[in-house]
Design a binder for this molecule. Structure first.
Ligand code: ADP
Ligand code: MG
Length: 321
């Protein structure tokens, strides 16, 4: 099947001056099939948000290509591209507090995309906005209110309505739940799962709660310090992680999966993610890896396919394999 989205060698560096370069995303390739949900995990600072924003064209990319339905997206978006892709590709942002304009009403926020990118009149826009507010569990009475009048969970719902009202084909959900308390998290996840079914959405679902990602995703991708280091069916990666970093992430997962009978030993996260400024050659995880070998500090491990009992391809970037 032709992937809906094909990302090849995507790289995003931020130049800080004084010869300092932040390697936020380095050479990441990933193809997502229509209606597939790929979960993207990794500690804070591993480049997940930058990857999502860069593939949508919200950052200028340093290198790489992104194809949507086989068509290569331009390096820089002009107004015409925005009109064309803004409807098809949407982002639900990580922070429900800073991503909504405080001076716009909820009606204006949710209706803005339709106003900018379609020819719908204001009555019709208002009707669709009301419909979407109801769909995400808000109501018409909220139309003329401002973001500060809402809780974190409600703001997240406003962000979801703003993205999905465009009837996108592909959505990046950036930690759509991490700012919310557990009961609200479950509601938002169920809402996304429901919308995925009814709209046939394809999603990149970014989160650091691995059990949540396992629950919603078909495949799981793991990033560490700008690199993709493991990719495979979500259940296989979660229950049988191959990369020592993924093993550490799974072991430190704050909420053990209640559906799992398996008892995983609780391993503490060792050390902290290093700075992505001017990264050195070799495996980026070497200084924290319990199984580090001499070659890990010298040679960058390439992603390769490894054998696995389950169905579906597994790839890992580690000299152990
Ligand atoms: P994640 O979403 O996995 O937490 P991010 O993509 O937000 O990671 O960040 C990856 C790295 O890139 C971090 O070190 C972050 O500080 C850096 N970074 C992100 N945005 C910028 C920017 N606009 N300018 C400079 N560095 C940035
Ligand atoms: Mg992020």
């Amino acid at each position: 099947m032709t992937p809906l989205l094909e990302v090849e060698g995507l790289t995003k560096h931020f130049e800080l001056g004084r010869n300092e370069t932040v390697h936020a995303v380095d050479d990441v390739s990933l193809a997502i099939a229509p209606r597939e949900i790929v979960g993207l995990v990794g500690e804070s600072g591993s480049g997940k948000s930058t990857f999502g924003k860069t593939l949508l064209g919200l950052h200028d990319k340093t290198a790489g290509t992104v194809r949507f339905k086989g068509e290569e997206l331009p390096a820089r978006y002009g107004a015409a591209h925005f009109r064309r892709y803004a409807r098809a590709m949407q982002m639900i942002f990580q922070d429900p507090y800073s991503s909504l304009n405080p001076r716009m009403t909820v009606g204006e926020i949710v209706g803005e995309g339709l106003k900018l990118h379609t020819r719908l009149g204001s009555a019709e826009i208002r009707e669709r906005v009301t419909e979407w507010l109801t769909r995400v569990g808000l109501n018409a009475g909220h139309l003329s209110r401002y973001p500060h009048e809402f809780s974190g969970g409600q703001r997240q719902r406003i962000g979801i309505a703003r993205a999905l009202i465009m009837a996108p084909e592909f959505v990046v959900c950036d930690e759509p739940i991490s700012a919310l308390d557990v009961s609200v998290q479950a509601q938002v996840v169920n809402l996304l799962a429901e919308l995925k079914e009814s709209m046939g959405l394809t999603m990149l679902f970014i989160a650091h709660d691995l059990s949540m990602v396992r629950y919603v995703s078909d495949r799981m991708a793991v990033m560490y310090l700008g690199s993709l280091i493991e990719l495979g069916p979500a259940n296989r990666v979660f229950f049988h992680p191959k990369h020592p970093y993924t093993q550490m992430l799974v072991g430190s997962n704050p909420e053990p999966d209640p559906a799992s009978e398996r008892h995983r030993p609780a391993t503490a996260i060792r050390g902290e993610i290093p700075s992505p400024v001017n990264v050195q050659p070799g495996c980026r995880f070497a200084n924290r890896c319990p199984q580090v070998m001499d070659m890990c500090r010298a040679e960058t491990p390439a992603l390769k396919a490894v054998a696995d009992e389950g169905a579906g391809e597994r790839i890992v970037a580690c000299h152990l394999y």
